[in-house]
Design a protein around this ligand. Structure first.
Ligand SMILES: O=C(O)C(=O)[C@@H](O)CO
Ligand code: MG
Length: 251
C-alpha cells in the first residue's frame, strides 16, 4: 500500500506555508512535498515537519533564478559549472530536510548535445550524492514547452544508461496521461525505474479519481508491481483543498 504526501506548493494554499504542514497531517497525509523551498529557512521547515510528524518526501533542484524562471538546467550545454554549484546548494538543503527524493530538473534544451550534457551532469550528481534518491520527471509540452525530458521513454533510457541505484523516475500520472495517453501501459513499461509517483486528475490537473484517468486501475497496477514508495498529491484543488480530499479518505 502506497503512502501519500501532500504537495504543499499546490495544496493547503489557503494557509501560509508553515501552517500547511499541520493541515496536511490533520487531513491524513504522512508526508509533504515542496517544489522550491529555498526562500524559507530550512530550520523552520524542519520544525514544522517534526511538529506534525511528517516526512519530507520531495523537493526540486532550483530554477536558474531562485525566485522563478524556467525549470532547471541540467540539460543545458554551457551551464555545467552553475549546475554543480546549484546542485550542491540543493543537496545541502535536501540533506538538512532529510528528503526522500531530490528531483533534478532538466530545463529547456534539445538535441544530442543537450542529451550528452544531461548524462554528464547526472553521472556527476549520482556520484556526488550516493545516499540521495535523485529523480527525473518527464513534462508534457503543453504545460512546459521545450522541456528536454518530454517522454517517459527518454527518461528511462537515460536512467538505464547511467545505471546507478540512486537515479530513478518520478512517475507523474498526470504527465504520463498528457504525454502518452495510456497511463497503465506507460506504468508497466517504466515501473522498474520508478522511485516516486505523483497524481492529479485530467483534464485540468485537479483532484485525482475524477476525469479521464482510471486511478482505480492504476493503483491496482502499482500494487501488482510491488511499489512501496510515496505518492505525492500534486494538483490544483477545484475549490478548497479540504473539500476535495474525498479521494484520500477512500484510498
Ligand atoms: O510539474 C510537475 O509535474 C512537477 O512535478 C514539478 O516538480 C515541476 O516543477
Ligand atoms: Mg509532477
Amino acid at each position: 500500500m502506497a503512502r501519500f504526501a501532500a504537495n504543499l506548493t499546490y495544496l493547503f494554499t489557503e494557509l501560509p506555508m508553515l501552517q500547511r504542514f499541520a493541515a496536511a497531517r490533520r487531513a491524513g497525509f504522512d508526508g509533504v512535498e515542496i517544489l522550491f523551498p529555498y526562500d524559507l529557512p530550512a530550520k523552520e521547515l524542519i520544525a514544522a515537519a517534526q511538529e506534525s510528524s511528517l516526512r519530507f518526501v520531495l523537493m526540486n533542484t532550483p530554477p536558474p533564478n531562485w525566485a522563478g524562471g524556467p525549470r532547471g538546467f541540467a540539460a543545458e550545454p554551457g551551464n555545467e559549472t552553475r549546475f554543480r554549484s546549484d546542485f550542491d546548494r540543493a543537496l545541502r538543503y535536501a540533506e538538512a530536510l532529510q528528503v526522500a527524493h531530490l528531483h533534478v530538473m532538466a530545463g529547456k534544451a534539445e538535441g544530442p548535445k543537450a542529451r550528452e550534457t544531461l548524462l554528464r551532469n547526472l553521472e556527476w550528481a549520482c556520484a556526488r550524492a550516493p545516499e540521495m534518491s535523485l529523480t527525473l520527471e518527464p513534462m508534457n509540452s503543453s504545460d512546459m514547452p521545450g522541456y528536454f525530458l518530454d517522454s517517459f521513454d527518454l527518461a528511462s533510457e537515460i536512467i538505464d544508461e547511467i545505471d546507478q541505484p540512486n537515479l530513478g523516475l518520478q512517475f507523474d500520472v498526470y504527465q504520463a496521461h498528457m504525454i502518452h495517453g495510456d497511463v497503465i501501459h506507460t506504468w508497466e513499461r517504466h515501473a522498474r525505474n520508478t522511485h516516486h509517483i505523483q497524481i492529479a486528475g485530467c483534464p485540468g490537473r485537479h483532484e485525482p479519481r475524477a476525469g479521464e484517468i482510471n486511478y482505480a486501475g492504476f493503483f491496482r497496477a502499482v500494487d501488482a508491481a510491488g511499489f512501496r514508495g510515496w505518492v505525492g498529491a500534486e494538483y490544483t484543488p477545484r475549490t478548497s483543498t479540504e473539500a476535495g480530499l474525498r479521494w484520500l479518505r477512500s484510498a
